[in-house]
Design a protein. Structure first.
Length: 147
C-alpha cells in the first residue's frame, strides 16, 4: 500500500507522537536552551557579585576597627586583605584598594574607610563584553576610640 505525504506526517511513533511533533520538540528545545543557559549565567554572576559585596563590607568594617584603635593606614590595608584574600569570587587575584580618611586622631573624631575592588564577571564576558568589569565599593564610618 502506498502512503501519501499527509499520511506519513500523521504516522504515530512509539511514544504516541507523530514524526512532525517529535521534530518540533527538538526545534523548540534548541531554541530555548541558549536562553536558559544565559539566564543561569546571569544568576550565577549576580550571586558572585553579591557575595563579593558582602565580603567588601566586612573588610571595610575590619579596617575601620583597626584604625579607630590607633592603627596606621598600612595596618588597615593588612586587616582588609586578611578578610578579602580567600573569600572573593576570583580567589583574591587582586587585593582591594583601601582609602582611610580621618577628621582627626582625638576620641570621637570620625574615620571613613573606603574599599574599592574590581569585579570581573565569571560567566558573562562572552555575552556582555561591554559590562565585563565593574568596581565594587564599600564604606565604613566609625568614631575614634580613646587610647
Amino acid at each position: 500500500m502506498k502512503h501519501t505525504v499527509a499520511q506519513i506526517g500523521k504516522r504515530k511513533s512509539t511514544r504516541g507522537l507523530t514524526v512532525r511533533q517529535r521534530g518540533a520538540e527538538i526545534v523548540e528545545f534548541m531554541i530555548t536552551l541558549p536562553v536558559i543557559l544565559i539566564v543561569l549565567a546571569i544568576l550565577f554572576d549576580f550571586g558572585a557579585l553579591l557575595s563579593d559585596q558582602i565580603v567588601l563590607d566586612n573588610a571595610a568594617r575590619a579596617a575601620a576597627r583597626e584604625v579607630i584603635n590607633g592603627a596606621t593606614d598600612g595596618e588597615a590595608q593588612v586587616a582588609a586583605d586578611r578578610v578579602t584574600q580567600s573569600l572573593l569570587a576570583q580567589g583574591g587575584a587582586s587585593l582591594p584598594t583601601v582609602v582611610v580618611n580621618r577628621t582627626g586622631t582625638d576620641p570621637g573624631d570620625q574615620v571613613i574607610v573606603t574599599i574599592t575592588h574590581p569585579f570581573n564577571f565569571l560567566m558573562l564576558p562572552g555575552f556582555a563584553s561591554s559590562a565585563a568589569s565593574i568596581n565594587l565599593t564599600a564604606t565604613a564610618r566609625m568614631n575614634m576610640l580613646p587610647i
